[in-house]
Design a protein around this ligand. Structure first.
Ligand code: S3P
Ligand code: PEP
Length: 459
């Protein structure tokens, strides 16, 4: 039997044993159990499984990745500003690299893979650029909606055709000069459509007045877009609770340093909350007090779960190191509305369940159209660990403490980086937790596993 097939047999054998037997089996693999079942096309390793053991004591400094939302906005603005001064500390994650490559090479077919922001921002960018391009992505991307953005751009005069199903990528885009003007669009599907339009708005000869209808979701991401546009000389602001005005005024290139990623920080908050080490300390670099990233609200949410945040300096606009410490947490139940911070939902769902904190989370409708249907994925994977969580109204998840027999199966990551990163810290409570396809983290945090090892986890 080859090495790969004997490893495969071993995985299958482990999948058929009970949960306790499964832990006993793991004792034979004290440090490193990384199973390669097969290697597929493009050199991407698939069907790998990590078996994770958490450390008893944590005292570490983590160099977080740069924010992908900021990186991707900075790249589009930088391209529209005439490409003079490259933003500093760009993220090296997949979602940013696809934009870097597209802007550098401008191939006829641009493949943004699984990057939602890249798909939406580049669609707007190509509409006002030169030449004809097809933009496409992964199979999942071809099922994530883009019709609202295409309708809005077409209303402004853009030449965009669907290459496949109406309302979805791939798109064929022929760039042309657009005039802009007044436009209405729904705010309840994805804020990325709104950010995409806003980013190109200063280049429109009449500017843009955008009225948002319905509930506005992920609003902090729209605010981030407006702030960054202003950083580069645009005149762009809310003129009412649902109306944004952008003047026709070219961007001004300037040096720009990208802050670390607060969504990535959330997994370290989760690690702090789940660690049994009362003295645990994690330092996270490159974050700002008063950050414009909406997910910086994670410091408030986790203060309720006993994680205290201290900024080294609180000078506005200056990235610094944040230190996380533990406090006792007696919280019996948490209610939170994630409409403004959808990317934090998985972290909090897994963390609360593992801490035994009942929860009712709302504002989760957009989770169904992200890298995977995150509502279904969370229910399925937590069920494997013995937690019965329920959904309601296509936008809520709640847990009332209901437990079931753990199945002992590994956690599937559903081609979703946040599934892998939200579940990995659970190994602190469930030593030997297995996570399939851990490589998915490269979408936003390529060094996640390296950083876990640095913190004392074994994989
Ligand atoms: O603009 C952005 O950078 C993002 C907006 C959010 O998407 P939605 O607006 O679709 O919720 C968020 O989930 C995504 O990870 C990044
Ligand atoms: C939803 C996400 O990304 P995107 O929509 O940009 O693919 C995410 O990073 O969690």
């Amino acid at each position: 039997m080859s090495h790969a097939s004997s490893k495969m047999a071993e995985i299958e054998e482990r999948q058929t044993v009970g949960y306790d037997d499964y832990h006993a089996l793991l004792l034979g693999f004290p440090f490193f159990v990384c199973t390669f079942a097969s290697c597929t096309n493009q050199g991407i390793i698939r069907n790998m499984t990590y078996t994770i053991e958490g450390p008893h004591h944590i005292d570490t400094t983590i160099e977080l990745p740069a924010g992908k939302s900021i990186s991707n906005r900075a790249l589009i603005i930088h391209a529209l500003a005439g490409q003079q001064v490259m933003p500093l500390n760009l993220s090296d994650c997949d979602d940013t690299e696809v934009i870097v490559e597209a802007l550098e090479k401008m191939p006829e077919t641009i493949n943004v893979k699984a990057a939602g922001t890249a798909m939406r921002f580049m669609t707007a960018y190509l509409s006002v650029g030169e030449g004809e391009h097809v933009i496409t992505g992964t199979e999942r991307m071809k099922h994530r909606p883009i019709g609202v953005l295409v309708d809005a751009l077409r209303y402004l005069g853009a030449d965009i055709r669907y290459e496949g199903e109406e309302g979805y990528s791939p798109l064929r885009i022929r760039g042309r000069k657009l005039e802009g003007g007044r436009l209405e669009m729904p705010g309840n599907v994805s804020s990325q459509f709104i950010s995409a339009l806003l980013l190109i708005a200063p280049t429109l000869s009449n500017g843009l007045e955008l009225k948002l209808t319905d509930t506005i979701i992920s609003r902090p991401y729209i605010d981030l877009t407006l702030c960054m546009m202003r950083d580069f000389g645009a005149v762009a602001e809310w003129s009412d609770v649902d109306i944004i005005n952008v003047m026709a005024k070219p961007y001004v290139a300037r040096p720009y340093v990208i802050e670390s990623d607060w969504s990535a920080a959330s997994y370290w908050y989760e690690i702090m909350a789940l660690s049994d080490d009362a003295e645990a300390t994690v330092r996270l670099t490159g974050l700002m007090d008063g950050s414009r990233q909406g997910d910086s609200v994670v410091k408030y949410i986790f203060s309720l779960l006993g994680v205290k945040t201290t900024f080294e300096t609180t000078e506005p606009g200056v990235p610094t190191t944040v230190t996380l410490h533990r406090r006792p947490c007696m919280l019996p139940r948490l209610e939170y509305d994630f409409t403004g911070a959808p990317d934090l939902a998985q972290t909090l769902v897994v963390c609360c369940a593992l801490m035994g904190i009942k929860f009712h989370f709302k504002g989760l409708a957009s989770l169904k159209i992200k890298e995977t249907d995150r509502i279904e994925a969370l229910k399925t994977e937590l069920r494997k660990l013995g937690y019965m969580i329920h959904d309601a109204n296509d936008s809520e998840l709640y847990w009332d403490g209901e437990r079931c027999e753990p199945t002992g199966e590994p956690i599937d990551t559903h081609e979703d980086h946040r599934m892998a990163m939200a579940f990995a810290p659970a190994a602190l409570k469930l030593p030997g937790l297995r996570v399939n396809n851990p490589e998915v983290v490269s979408k936003s945090y390529p060094d996640f596993w390296r950083d876990l090892r640095q913190a004392g986890f074994t994989l």
